[in-house]
Design a protein around this ligand. Structure first.
Ligand SMILES: [Mg+2]
Length: 315
């Protein structure tokens, strides 16, 4: 299949929005922002075969994951996604049906969160598939929730459950866009990040800009069913708590609020998002470093979040 035919095929049914003045097919897409008083968010991210997915994974899920990752970053700033550009690198021997599947997964998620897919690029990459997505989003002026801004004594919250992403969750997670915007609309969120590399690692990204630390309560960490199941299996290499702290690709939200907001927040969340969990897992401390409190006392927690550079390929 030549490039023209491929592009024709891929641009047939792309989701659009009223802001799109010129979509795919010209030298650039043209967008017209409808509301004044907004800041733009701009983000790019890639999934690479052998690192973030395998060829044996369902193409629809891989397309879903590629877009969901950037949507999760827009969620982490309490923003609203607007439009995406897709760069697709394909090996010589690519299967057009697989590429259709990638776009089907991507387009379905784009439609669900009202994201216009306004163009992109296809290129040859020897040996593997690469899918990179750039995303524009909007947020009310000066209202983007940043990683910086936590205060000593703040309560530390996480959405959903953690660990076990390799059991399949990393291909089908839901970006927490609605939840993040609701949080920012109803509470003063001091700082927020989405968990891509694991709680133990990403927590440090939340603390470092302010020179703060955190104390986690081991019994409070919400451990996912897959992480528990894997730990119970006879071949398990490590306990479920370690999986919840260190597994990457949870794509849940980690954020801080003033401690007197903790109870009202939990009450309001339950009414809004039940059965999705929200858990207070600890507090922010003025001394830097992360510690873990359990029955035996308090001990330092080292960063061992998942790193795409440190771990073997997922094949
Ligand atoms: Mg992020």
């Amino acid at each position: 299949m030549d490039e023209f035919e491929l592009i024709r095929r891929l641009t047939r049914h792309l989701p659009s929005r009223p802001e799109v003045v010129v979509g795919p097919g010209d030298d650039c897409a043209v967008l017209r922002l409808s509301e004044p008083g907004q800041d733009l968010l701009f983000k790019t991210d890639a999934v690479v075969e052998g690192v973030h997915f395998r060829r044996s994974d369902r193409a629809e899920q891989v397309g879903h994951k590629a877009l969901a990752r950037v949507l999760s970053d827009v969620a982490a700033m309490a923003g609203q996604p607007l439009a995406a550009l897709v760069t697709l690198g394909l090996p010589e021997d690519f299967d057009p049906t697989y590429v259709d599947g990638l776009y089907a997964g991507l387009n379905a998620l784009a439609q669900r969160f009202n994201v216009a897919v306004v163009g992109g690029e296809t290129t040859r990459v020897p040996g593997r598939i690469i899918l990179s997505i750039s995303l524009l989003g909007t947020v009310a002026r000066d209202r983007a929730v940043r990683r910086v801004g936590s205060k000593p004594g703040d309560a530390l919250f996480v959405t959903g459950e953690l660990g076990g992403s390799l059991e399949g969750h990393h291909l089908e997670f839901e970006p927490r866009l609605h939840e993040a915007r609701w949080l920012a609309d109803h509470f003063q969120i001091h700082a927020m990040i989405d968990l891509s590399d694991g709680l133990a690692g990403d927590l440090r990204h939340l603390l470092a800009p302010d020179g703060l630390g955190a104390e986690l309560l081991a019994s409070a960490i919400p451990i996912s069913v897959p992480a528990r199941r894997r730990a119970q299996a006879s071949t398990a290499a490590r306990p479920a708590l370690v999986a919840a702290l260190a597994d990457g690709e949870d794509f849940e939200l980690l954020f801080t609020v003033a401690s007197n907001q903790a109870v009202p927040l939990l009450d309001a969340w339950k009414k809004q998002f039940h059965p999705l969990r929200l858990t207070c897992i600890g507090k922010i401390t003025s001394e830097p470093g992360v510690s873990l409190r359990d029955k035996t006392g308090v001990r330092p927690l080292h960063a061992h979040g998942y790193s795409h550079f440190a771990e073997p390929e997922r094949n």
